[in-house]
Design a protein around this ligand. Structure first.
Ligand SMILES: [Zn+2]
Length: 482
């Protein structure tokens, strides 16, 4: 830290933002990472014994850091029910013709759909000046859609939203046509991989993918249809014939947990600042016989959990917060931000009372001294608070928007979509070359392990920044509510 610079700037700033009392040390972070990312935790995959070890460790560490249990039942754990579906067999017939190039999963272990009408719904987008589904009854239909985004549409609805829109129209099945560039035979890994949803999620009876070739056999005028989907005037069209589907699925229910700790503020106003980070990772990720089978997830995201624990401890020193501090170690981020979704569906603080959220994910890749970037810059009113705190700590501020490429890839996205200002902050996201080098090599592999992939200087420095930012956010005088 540059003390001279800090001293010069201080008189110009808001007085109610104290500097940090003691810097967070690399060794403190390493202690948590070494445990959470050890082989004994087997990669912290939700639904495994390693996951239970992880949540137990985090609850203990939250307690040691001075937090109290924050789940709705008065304990540390928010239990979440999940459903994992793995495709077994898919039998698809159009009239008497059998079609092999289709893979789907069902709502139940065996689902049969007989003689259903077939429609092609393009991108399946309703909104942004389009209504791909206008004027067509979809109840009981097999709906074929294409993936991707229409030419020229910047912010298309997410796939999950398109599926929900179709689901609301009572469709029996949704089949997505896969990319023309990758041959069907080369997509086996994606097609047969298990998919997990929250158990509460509604979905059509059958959901799956079909090859380009299968689509072309289904739609004699496929090229014209596909071309039409890029125009705003596109409308869902019936395809010839009737479809029958028999789908067998292995269904595995399991439970996993968000760990929630809190520190009560001095004002009983109910407002809170949220600190989030996911504890889950990919588990045993290599086949039997491989030298190293465990994806330990040291950087992703034992580093973020370590940072959150030490941030909690540091915030417990000095003046008590006015607003509540709530710490959520989420599960199932790697399965699609599902733990965060589950919390947002049943929040322990009303979402309108969450004045700000800071997510911590994949922070231990950079040394000290990098400029501070914000993932989500320009999307919330937190930028000013973060930039000021960074400058006060003698750090440079990276004001370009490059880090926003990661906005949708982290738990904070769930909160932003629901109107909660949420960001990730720090040096890891200002040096995108370094971040992309990590993502292109050790990321999501067995090499992301303690001592190998972990660089802690920047993580410690960024935790200090989080503490400084948090001290402003918990104070209504320094950071008024919306
Ligand atoms: Zn990950």
């Amino acid at each position: 830290m540059n003390h001279l610079r800090t001293a010069l700037l201080l008189p110009l700033l808001v007085v109610s933002t104290p500097s940090i009392t003691a810097p967070i040390r690399e060794a403190a972070l390493a202690r948590h990472i070494d445990v959470l990312a050890s082989d004994a935790y087997e990669g912290r995959k939700p639904g495994t014994p390693g996951a239970i070890k992880a949540v137990t460790y985090i609850a203990g560490a939250f307690r040691d850091a001075g937090l109290t249990p924050g789940a709705a039942d008065g304990g540390w754990y928010q239990a979440i029910a999940f459903t994992e579906r793995t495709p077994v067999t898919t039998d698809m017939r159009v009239g008497t013709r059998h079609e092999a190039e289709v893979t789907a999963t069902g709502l139940d272990p065996q689902v049969r759909i007989a003689n259903a009408p077939i429609v092609f719904a393009g991108y399946g987008i309703v909104g942004q000046g389009r209504d791909d589904l206008a004027g067509v009854a979809l109840t009981g239909a097999v709906v074929v859609i294409r993936s991707g985004t229409p030419a020229g549409m910047a912010q298309a609805p997410r796939t999950a939203e398109r599926i929900a829109t179709l689901q609301a129209r009572g469709v029996a099945a949704i089949l997505t046509v896969t990319s023309a560039t990758t041959p069907w035979a080369d997509q086996t890994a994606q097609r047969t991989r298990p998919a997990t949803t929250l158990a509460t999620v509604r979905r059509p009876s059958v959901q799956g993918t079909m090859s380009q070739a299968a689509f072309r056999r289904l739609a004699p005028n496929a090229d014209a249809l596909l071309a039409a989907t890029d125009t705003a005037g596109f409308r869902t069209v019936p395809l010839p014939g009737r479809m029958s589907l028999t789908v067998e699925t292995t269904i595995r229910p399991f439970t996993s947990w968000n760990v929630i700790g809190r520190r009560a503020g001095t004002a009983a106003m109910g407002q809170a600042v949220l600190f989030t980070g996911h504890w889950d990772h990919l588990g045993i990720c290599r086949p039997e016989g491989a030298t190293d089978r465990i994806c330990n997830g040291a950087v992703d995201n034992a580093s973020g959990i370590a940072s959150m624990i030490e941030t909690a401890r540091e915030l417990g020193t000095g003046a008590k917060p006015v607003r509540d501090e709530v710490f959520i170690a989420t599960t199932a981020e790697e399965l699609g931000l599902l733990g965060m979704e589950a919390w947002a569906d049943a929040p322990t603080v009303p979402l309108t009372d969450v004045v700000a959220a800071i997510n911590v994910d994949t922070v231990a890749i950079a040394p000290r001294g990098l400029p501070v970037a914000i993932v989500g810059r320009g999307l919330t009113r937190l930028d000013r608070v973060v930039d000021r705190a960074a400058r006060r700590l003698g750090r440079k501020v990276d004001t370009d928007l490059e880090a926003n490429a990661f906005t949708d890839r982290q738990d904070g996205a769930v909160l932003v979509r629901r109107g909660v200002p949420a960001v990730m902050i720090g040096g890891s996201f200002s040096d995108l070359k370094r971040l992309e080098a990590f993502l292109g090599s050790v990321y999501h592999g067995p090499a992301d392990a303690p001592g190998k992939s972990v660089v802690l200087g920047g993580a410690a420095e960024d935790a200090d920044l989080t503490v400084a930012v948090a001290r402003t956010l918990v104070d209504p005088a320094a950071y008024p509510a919306r």
